[in-house]
Design a protein around this ligand. Structure first.
Ligand SMILES: Nc1ncnc2c1ncn2[C@@H]1O[C@H](COP(=O)(O)OP(=O)(O)O)[C@@H](O)[C@H]1O
Ligand SMILES: [Mg+2]
Length: 328
């Protein structure tokens, strides 16, 4: 397992969500396999993984909608599910969409759901419903029956429901599912503005591009396990850059690079050109100009020199063994 662990684990009170060895089994199938989530407060945390990797199952456990088989969960400093009643009013969630009455308007549905929330003050209800609809771009459809809503509009109504009260933490399960590109952009900018106000956002997605555009941190799920976790910057640094030298003097290049402490290979698998030498830039911060200088000083004629930095896409594919849909 490749894992990006921060050198210092942040103190517990600075975490919005923490899980230890969290596991969920369905019969013989292990859907979530001992995951340790570390979600800092103030982050936009992407929970990234292909379909079926265990994201929804995890989110349902975080919200105490389903019981963990084993392991522990802390949300906003409270142990779950014991702290449920203290924690839930501080958390807004979108999981599999709330049940809306199709024959009621969007606004009426939100008022109904708000009425059912004993923490929601009645005298500000209309104003809060209005504001939440405005934030998700549904003002024009506020009085339309939900049965006339598109899937994307229903999804946005679900997000509006999570925004009826100010929240410290928002948990959104694939909030852009079913949205068109315009709706997707709106959700992304909504998430950013919520984060700017100080709300921690935990958002799942099977789209790498989406997580890259919206998140400060991410955990990558593969078949029920976290295979990488950390800041986006740290995740980008997983895997190694390498240099590629094109030269008629491959023997000389191999000798010089080995002398520098690198581990060069001639004619690598992805480029069987006998005039190519590659070497991973492991660990230390190598200065490419120092490598070029050493090659020239060693009498190696350089016809081409490149530093190759695998994309986050390539790294995640390497981690999960699966491709991600890259759209939008
Ligand atoms: N209630 C359930 N009963 C049996 N298996 C389930 C149940 N919920 C989810 N699973 C299985 O757990 C795995 C993870 O599913 P899920 O958490 O929905 O993944 P994701 O949200 O990442 O697409 C899948 O193989 C799914 O079929
Ligand atoms: Mg899911």
């Amino acid at each position: 397992m490749t894992s990006v662990t921060p050198e210092l684990t942040p103190p517990a009170q600075s975490l919005a969500i923490e899980s230890r060895s969290l596991t969920k089994r369905f019969g013989r199938q292990t859907a979530v396999n001992g995951i340790d989530l570390t979600v800092p407060r103030g982050s936009v945390f992407g929970f990234l993984g292909p379909n079926g990797s265990g994201k929804t199952t995890t989110i349902r456990m975080l919200l105490a909608l389903s019981q963990a088989t084993s392991g522990t969960i802390t949300v906003l400093g409270q142990s779950m599910p014991a702290g449920l009643h203290e924690v839930l009013p501080r958390v807004g969630a979108l999981v599999e969409g709330p049940a809306f009455y199709p024959f009621l308007s969007g606004a009426a549905n939100l008022r109904r759901l708000d009425t059912a929330d004993r923490h929601a003050p009645g005298q500000t209800r209309r104003a809060r419903v209005h504001l939440a609809l405005e934030r998700v771009g549904l003002t024009h459809a506020a009085d339309k029956k939900v049965q006339a809503y598109s899937l994307g509009m229903k999804q946005r109504l679900g997000i509006a429901n999570a925004l009826l009260l100010p929240r410290e933490l928002l948990i959104l399960d694939e909030p852009t599912n079913g949205l068109d590109p315009q709706g997707t952009r709106e959700v992304r900018s909504l998430v950013r503005s919520l984060a700017a106000e100080g709300t921690t956002v935990f958002v799942s997605s099977h789209l790498l591009a989406e997580v890259e555009q919206m998140c400060t941190h991410a955990a990558v799920m593969s078949a029920g396990s976290i295979v990488a976790q950390g800041t986006l910057a740290a995740l980008r640094a997983v895997g190694e850059a390498r240099i590629r030298v094109r030269t008629p003097d491959t023997a000389g290049a191999l000798r010089v690079l080995t002398h520098l402490g690198l581990e060069p290979t001639r004619a690598p698998l992805d480029d069987p050109d006998p005039n190519v030498v590659v070497a991973p830039l492991v660990g230390d911060s190598w200065l490419p100009e120092a490598i070029v200088t050493a090659l020239v000083a060693g009498g190696v004629r350089i016809r081409g020199f490149a530093i190759e930095d695998p994309s986050l896409e390539e790294r995640f594919v390497a981690l999960t063994g699966e491709g991600f849909d890259v759209v939008q």
